[in-house]
Design a protein around this ligand. Structure first.
Ligand code: AMP
Length: 218
């Protein structure tokens, strides 16, 4: 069923990103009209009649926006770097959910090895990072609790998101190397920017102005 061109669909990554995006969206007049935690509806109307929201797994956000199932998306830079195709623009750093993507393990000597077994949910980024340093990797793809892998001998080290570092410390692991900084980004389907130009640029303009007014604030 084709979507109306007089409406924008915004896909937001579930969990932490969704929670942190809510105040930002509210500040530009977009508030879901039903409680997303209670509603069984998959498409949520908002206080702005021209905008509806879908809340999906982070890894699905680029897919929805790439294929035009959603016009815009809010998702972490980590997920975007891992997703290789890209029928979308990435016009705004929303500066929410800041953290870093890092290599972690039990000892710094691990970084002197020329072969490593790495557990991660980011195989593309991990392979690229170690290949650039001339390190051969065997990648073990996991979907969660990466910190467990070195503890049980499944991997030498991990590549995962680190925020406070508490999870690593609690498991006796060290942050060995930062691969990149991460925060949530707004992405826009390239075709939607043409077919829904006025709506999309109005929302982008409002978010841009809001971010400019809060620049430099923590
Ligand atoms: P921390 O203990 O504060 O360093 O947080 C690390 C744990 O939270 C890891 O399991 C990460 O995968 C997860 N995490 C940290 N920051 C984020 C983020 N911005 N988005 C999603 N997961 C995160």
């Amino acid at each position: 069923m084709p979507r109306d061109t007089d409406r924008l669909t915004l896909a937001v990554a579930k969990g932490r990103i969704f929670k942190e995006a809510l105040p930002l969206l509210a500040a530009v007049g977009i508030v879901p009209t039903e409680d997303p935690e209670k509603s069984r509806k998959l498409i949520l109307p908002t206080s702005d009649p021209a905008i509806e929201m879908v809340i999906v797994r982070a890894t699905d956000v680029p897919t929805y926006v790439d294929y035009g199932g959603a016009d815009l998306g809010i998702v972490g830079r980590d997920t975007l770097l891992e997703y290789e195709a890209g029928g979308f623009y990435e016009p705004l750093d929303l500066r929410i959910s800041p953290c870093r993507l890092s290599v972690a393990g039990a000892t710094p000597e691990l970084l002197e090895r020329t072969r490593l077994r790495v557990a991660t949910k980011y195989p593309v980024i991990t392979r690229r990072h170690f290949a650039a340093k001339g390190v051969q990797t065997e990648i073990i793809k996991l979907y969660g609790s990466m910190e467990l892998a070195p503890l049980v001998g499944l991997a030498d080290c991990i590549v995962d998101l680190v925020d406070t570092g508490n999870t690593l410390r609690a498991n006796g692991l060290l942050e060995l190397e930062e691969i990149c900084k991460v925060s949530s980004r707004l992405i826009v389907n390239k075709a939607s920017l043409k077919t829904r130009y006025a709506l999309a640029t109005r929302l982008l303009g409002k978010l841009e102005a809001l971010l400019a007014s809060t620049a430099g604030r923590p």
